[in-house]
Design a protein around this ligand. Structure first.
Ligand code: FAD
Ligand code: DLZ
Ligand code: SF4
Length: 506
């Protein structure tokens, strides 16, 4: 008998593990294990989402004729997969698994599983991605710096998405310049999609409340779908109600509106309940049917076949050294409000509220608010990477790490992105209504009530002059700083020093 081990983010009927096995004589194994739930203390909703989706998927597999050994959390003694295989499946002919999404666990698959259990382990390539690690390696080979835009064009050609012959639909590859509008309330917000909770969801929610009480976040407003059907409903809902305005308001932020026109699809795609190509095809179809404009559809498809595949390529190309990078030499710890949500900075408090309540924040909240602030403070990359890995339902190392370490913290020296996304409060003010509701004044930098982002931004620019002054995309910023009144610069830097001495007080 062969055994196929299916991990919590491998919930796809197209999984290579399934094609490699025979329903009649082989068994599938799925397990909720302590090591995976607590190696970082994931948000309660993330654990509930994964466990419930795993249980539903096991049911789908059984309906399809598979024999599944399912190990529920708290009902078995196996703390990790290695002990499970060693103690339960030592007489199996072979353990089959699809390549996993974390370097840490892949090391166990490659080494601990076969060595400790004595059972041969066959690891299959994960075909649910559109770009193989080999293709990415070839594309990246010889390049000093990588640029997502050029990779993305390759992926457009490779998939044929939004291609008209050899040309991009509409004549342009990228419509991002149309996608930077603040939201002023003219376009009605999309309706909310709510899912009914079945017995499996209820059981898992009380299990998580009981077993993980000290993990971050609340379970009170758990809104994630946990079945393949619900994931499909979420996709249909997005295409009909959100996609048409996705592009226009992609970068917007509004107090109390946590999702705007974003898709909320990343958790489903990442655990395998939705196929990335099928998601893109649904969006493409909406464009050709005249139901969504090109700036929205191109922008959305770019996130999936561009950014998503690009960060995965970087992860497998550069791990394990990538996780250790800290080229800006940061050392600061993460302020306590990243855990409690309690800060006077309204923009940050809004992003934390969304994160704690829903295990979700959209890209601009992650990049330009909580991420930007960690960059300006100079937080140790490892500390902020761990935070993002813990708090979001969609967070898996392969996607979280390059986004945080590379895109946000610029800790890889600019391999992933050509310039840091550092910004002052005026960016947040332009793209949101947050500053109107804030105790701090976004228009000033040196007063006691001045927006902390402002002085910290110039402090960041000043302290990293050596790294960035030669970067052509930063030249204008340094020129502006040189033109500023030196007394003002000194006052801003002094104010920033005060803030840096006690960031927890903000
Ligand atoms: P939408 O805005 O609707 O975007 C559509 C889809 O595009 C997403 O569902 C996702 O699959 C994909 N996508 C968009 N941007 C990215 C990106 N930069 N990298 C990879 N895929 C992308 N995304 C994760 O899936 N998991 C993570 O752990 C994660 N960590 C992040 C950490 C930081 C610091 C930052 C700045 C971004 C991170 N992202 C991560 C990317 C992005 O923020 C989320 O994919 C997005 O917010 C998910 O919400 P959505 O489905 O509503 O996205
Ligand atoms: C994130 C997670 C959690 C919380 N729990 C489990 C689990 O109990 N069983 C499981 O198979 N997978 C879990 N996962 C996902 C893994 O930690 C890991 O991130 C992925 O499988 C990597 O591909
Ligand atoms: Fe955030 Fe500054 Fe605006 Fe307050 S004033 S919401 S701290 S950007």
């Amino acid at each position: 008998m062969k055994v196929g081990l299916i991990l919590g983010d491998q919930l796809s009927l197209s999984l290579p593990t399934l094609s490699a096995l025979n329903q009649k004589c082989d068994r599938l194994v799925m397990a909720e294990v302590a090591d995976e739930a607590i190696y970082v203390k994931h948000h309660k909703q993330k654990i509930a989402f994964i466990f419930s989706a795993m249980r539903h998927f096991a049911g789908d597999l059984e309906k399809a004729g598979w024999q599944v050994d399912y190990y529920r959390y708290g009902e078995h003694d196996f703390g990790d997969f290695t002990s499970l295989i060693t103690e339960q499946y030592a007489d199996a002919e072979e353990v089959v698994v699809t390549h996993c999404g974390e370097y840490r666990l892949q090391q166990c698959i490659d080494h601990d599983w076969p060595q400790k259990s004595g059972v041969p382990v066959r690891c299959l390539d994960d075909t649910r991605f559109l770009c193989t690690p080999d293709f990415f390696q070839q594309w990246a080979s010889g390049k000093k710096q990588l640029r997502m835009e050029f990779f993305y064009r390759e992926m457009r050609r490779h998939t044929g998405l939004l291609m008209e012959g050899d040309e991009p639909a509409g004549g342009q590859w990228n419509y991002d310049s149309n996608n930077r509008q603040p939201y002023k309330g003219k376009t009605p917000l999309p309706p909310v999609l709510a899912f009914e909770r079945d017995a499996i969801d209820q059981q898992v929610l009380s299990l998580v409340a009981d077993q993980f009480p000290d993990h971050i976040g609340s379970l009170d407003d758990f809104q994630w779908g946990t079945t393949r059907e619900q994931a499909q409903q979420a996709l249909d809902h997005f295409i009909e109600h959100r996609l048409p305005h996705f592009g226009d308001y992609q970068d917007a932020m509004v107090t109390g509106e946590d999702t705007l026109f974003h898709s909320l699809l990343s958790p489903y795609i990442n655990i395998g309940l939705l196929d990335p190509m099928a998601v893109c095809q649904a969006a493409e179809q909406a464009y050709y049917a005249g139901d969504a404009p090109l700036n929205a559809v191109e922008g959305f498809i770019r996130q999936i076949i561009g950014w998503r595949e690009y960060v995965r390529g970087i992860y497998w190309l550069l791990m394990p050294d990538y996780a250790q990078e800290n080229r800006l030499g940061n050392t600061r710890k993460l302020p306590a409000y990243y855990w409690t949500g309690e800060t006077k900075m309204h923009c940050m408090a809004e992003c934390f509220r969304n994160t704690l309540d829903h295990a979700y924040a959209h890209h601009i909240q992650r990049l330009m608010v909580t991420g930007n602030f960690a960059l300006l403070l100079g937080v140790l990359p490892e500390a902020i990477c761990q935070w993002y890995l813990k708090v979001y339902a969609d967070a898996f190392d392969w996607v979280e790490l390059p986004n945080t370490l590379g895109m946000v913290m610029h800790a890889d020296g600019g391999y992933l992105g050509s310039k840091p996304y550092a910004a002052s409060g005026s960016y947040i003010n332009r793209m949101s209504d947050y500053c109107k509701h804030c105790q701090y004044n976004v228009k000033t930098s040196t007063e006691e009530d001045s927006c902390p982002f402002n002085s910290l931004y110039w402090h960041f620019v000043h302290r990293h002059r050596q790294q960035f002054a030669g970067n052509h995309r930063m030249r204008m910023i340094y020129r502006n700083m040189e033109r500023m009144d030196s007394t003002k610069v000194d006052a801003m830097l002094a104010r920033a020093e005060l803030l840096l001495a006690d960031p927890d007080a903000l």
